[in-house]
Ligand binder design. Structure first.
Ligand code: ADP
Ligand code: ZN
Ligand code: ZN
Length: 765
């Protein structure tokens, strides 16, 4: 068949990754390439192949092209088994050779299938679908009008009053200036109907052609003029470290907020562009993008584009395509932008590198930093990580020489905000029952009076957090999820924030019947209410999950605040980071304790990072900023270090604890979470897994913790239990876990038990 057996004929074969997200088909399958396709097929294209016993037509990615000798023995000895590629789906590769190598590395690193990794690299929506066929459907075209006559002769046309009326002439005038306008732009510019265009087309004076267009995704206010500042000494030193590096080890910029890290990034990118290379600028959250984008656009113009998950599939596809075709040189985006298909990558910058959004929570559960470092290694590019509060792991890498360290210790405007700690236990003892300490109340009044702006930060949403009985202590809980309901004032309802179940707000305690059951805690709406009470007429904006669900809603709220439309911005962690509002002189943290008590080994680190970032929002302009942190634990070390602004001291304290407790970076952690509706069976299964693990751990390489209920012990009727395993060696840890799970599931009935396996989880929940 297919000329395979004909001697002297060179046959080629494609190694194909089948597009089925199933661990069982995570093998490479080999297909013969028919002669008709041989010149067209390249590595990284998608093909249709017959797959399985029924030879069902299935999509696949060509991972390699090989010779007969490279085929597996079973195929070589039984040539009848060799099937052939049916069809090619693309005009060129959708995944480059380098990115394919990256996908293979991800498969092994994050214990998933190659197809899952490829899918994560190529844009959503290009998968084959019988009805809509190929990726071409994601491309947008527009009808554009062009002159169809030599511009030299038009003068004659325009002079001739008998053939053309005024409207038709105006079309020609416009096209003489700007040939190739879209039909809709032309009509709206001249305020005309279709008919003049149609008439001119029928006379052969115009032609209308369908033209490929890219959707515009940049809505940032980019009028800011570009002024390249003289670098400060520290910026210059950081840049020198990067420019004069001896190798491509990642560089960590540990630079306090306001030290001008962005300017260093811009210069590094300029260097890359000057040597003909491309740059990826990663930012943790979409809310931060507009500001970064406008700085980048004023500097690099339309060489910059932006991509993020709130764009439509078509919009994202366009950015991918532009990068692939070399139409842009810089992409700004969240973690998925690390896969941007630039062909000549120079640098990947990871701003706010400590942010947890860089870790993917869905399969493949990749860590963007690790992926960026691997991609840079494959493509000979540089990785620059930047933060005011580097993750303990990254700083440790810089200390032990795996990363190169650049420090920036001074703010550009040389002003650090004053930081006050308000002890809320003391406030209560003094009879202050408000959610605002006296200091915060006074400072808000001062700020408003002086025409400046304030940000109030709260790590929660809703009117208040929970409803509890002051008499018996009963808390209103969602039975399906085992978390407390959140009280919503406007609807007077209780809502479960995991499964969205709604319950009535009780007037009497369902347990003891007492009337003293009511909402407790603080929410952004409660802040609004107290603000209006103490400062009648004050204007404020709220930014949290409830107000930012719409497209571009972040941008709208932030632009309104920037434009001075409100004196106070109240928000959740969305407003904590990266934003630069020169007129904000006061930042209030309503309850720092929320993150101190998150019950995770990183809670001190996270609190320190969050508070430092929030504090960094104050006094970005010319006026001295003030930060007030309200807490019931003023003596906690994460709070003390924020007050002193001493990262190094925090690091020393924290790294000693990590070493002592055997936590990362001194060990790798693997969380084995399992869930089932049958709690008894789940517990018994998890204890069996634990004994097997203990039995297999005779050399004592692994530390095995649990099983324990997960901190959210039930979600959507499913109970959740976890076992945590620690080991110094990541590879050994992974093999151990998979060995034990496979061994147990061979003999044990698993029923509806579902595993959720995470290497180095950000939070052990
Ligand atoms: P970071 O990212 O380190 O928090 P930014 O990059 O936002 O700090 O810089 C803080 C402010 O200082 C910005 O408004 C920026 O425009 C300004 N800035 C940065 N570098 C310089 C410089 N060399 N001279 C003057 N202003 C600068
Ligand atoms: Zn009660
Ligand atoms: Zn629920």
């Amino acid at each position: 068949m297919l000329g395979l057996t004909t001697q002297n004929k060179v046959s080629k074969f494609a190694s194909v990754v089948i597009a089925l997200a199933n661990k069982e088909v995570d093998k490479i399958f080999h297909y013969a390439i028919p002669d008709s396709l041989i010149t067209k097929l390249v590595i990284g294209m998608r093909v249709l192949v017959p797959f399985g016993f029924g030879n069902k037509t299935t999509e696949g990615y060509v991972a390699d092209i090989c010779e007969f000798d490279d085929l597996p023995e079973s195929l070589k000895t039984d040539k009848k088994k060799i099937k052939a590629v049916k069809e090619i789906l693309d005009l060129d590769a959708v995944i480059s050779y380098d990115l394919l190598q990256l996908a293979k590395w991800m498969r092994d690193k994050y214990y998933t299938s190659l197809y899952a990794c490829i899918k994560c690299i190529v844009p959503t929506g290009i998968s084959y679908n019988k009805e809509t066929a190929t990726a071409k459907n994601l491309e947008l075209t527009q009808n554009c009008v062009f002159l169809n006559v030599d511009p030299e002769t038009t003068d004659e046309l325009l002079a001739d009053n008998s053939t053309l009326n005024d409207k038709q002439k105006s079309v020609i005038y416009l096209l003489l200036e700007e040939d190739g306008l879209s039909v809709s732009d032309l009509k709206s510019l001249l305020k005309i109907s279709d008919s003049p265009v149609k008439t001119l087309e029928s006379k052969g004076i115009l032609k209308i052609e369908s033209v490929r267009v890219f959707r515009n995704t940049i809505f940032a206010d980019n009028k800011a003029p570009f002024v390249k500042p003289d670098l400060t000494k520290e910026q210059d030193a950081a840049l020198n470290i990067i420019q004069n590096r001896q190798d491509n080890r990642p560089v960590l910029i540990n630079g306090v907020t306001g030290s001008g890290k962005t300017e260093v990034y811009l210069q590094v990118i300029e260097d890359a562009l000057n040597s003909g290379k491309d740059a990826i600028m990663l930012v943790p959250e979409i809310a931060l993008t507009p500001q970064t984008v406008s700085v980048f656009i004023s500097r690099f113009g339309d060489q910059v584009s932006v991509t993020h998950s709130r764009q439509s599939i078509g919009e994202r596809y366009d950015q991918w395509k532009k990068a692939k075709e070399g139409l842009i040189k810089i992409i700004i985006g969240p973690r998925s932008a690390v896969f941007t298909p630039f062909s000549n990558l120079g640098v990947i910058i990871i701003d706010e590198e400590h942010e947890h959004t860089y870790k993917s929570e869905t399969t493949p559960k990749y860590c963007t930093k690790e992926v960026a470092i691997k991609r840079a290694e494959l493509e000979n590019a540089l990785v620059v990580l930047g933060s005011a509060t580097p993750s303990i792991e990254s700083y440790y890498s810089a200390k032990n020489g795996d990363f190169t360290l650049a420090n920036m210790t001074k703010r550009i405007n040389d002003k650090f905000p004053e930081i006050h700690i308000a002890d809320m236990c003391y406030e209560l003892a003094e009879g202050n029952k408000s959610i605002f300490s006296m200091t915060l109340k006074d400072s808000i009044a001062e700020t408003i009076a002086s025409g400046k702006q304030a940000i109030l930060f709260l790590n929660r949403r809703g009117f208040s957090t929970f409803v509890s009985c002051r008499k018996c202590g009963h808390v209103m809980m969602c039975d399906d999820c085992n978390v407390n309901y959140t009280y919503h004032k406007y609807t007077n309802e209780l809502i479960c924030h995991y499964c969205s179940k709604i319950a009535k707000n009780p007037t009497n305690c369902p347990v003891c019947g007492s009337k003293y059951i009511k909402h407790f805690g603080v929410g952004t709406q409660r802040i609004e209410q107290e603000l209006s009470e103490y400062f009648p007429g004050v204007s404020f904006l709220r930014m949290d999950m409830d107000t930012t669900s719409g497209k571009n809603s972040h941008d709208k709220i932030l632009s309104a605040f920037r434009a001075g439309e409100a004196q106070i911005l109240i928000g959740t962690q969305m407003i904590a980071k990266g934003l630069d509002f020169p007129n904000v002189t006061l930042v209030g943290v309503i309850a720092a304790d929320i993150s101190i008590h998150s019950g995770d080994f990183r809670s001190a680190e996270v609190t320190m990072q969050l508070l430092t970032q929030v504090a960094g929002r104050a006094g970005r302009g010319d006026t001295q900023g003030k930060v007030i942190i309200q807490t019931y634990m003023p003596e906690h070390y994460s709070i003390e270090y924020v007050k002193d602004g001493n990262y190094e001291a925090f690091y020393e304290h924290e790294i000693a604890l990590r070493r002592q407790m055997n936590y990362p970076p001194f060990t790798k952690v693997f969380s084995v979470m399992a869930s089932s509706e049958d709690e008894k069976k789940l517990i018994s299964f998890m204890f069996k897994l634990q004994s097997l693990m203990k039995y297999c751990n005779r050399k004592g390489l692994f530390e095995i913790l649990g099983p324990t209920p997960a901190s959210i012990s039930k979600i959507k009727k499913k109970y959740r239990y976890k076992i945590i395993v620690k080991c110094v060696d990541e590879e050994k840890l992974k093999s151990f876990i998979f060995f034990c799970i496979n061994k147990l599931t061979e003999t044990e009935e698993t029923g509806d038990i579902v595993f959720n396996l995470t290497l180095n989880p950000i939070f052990i929940t």
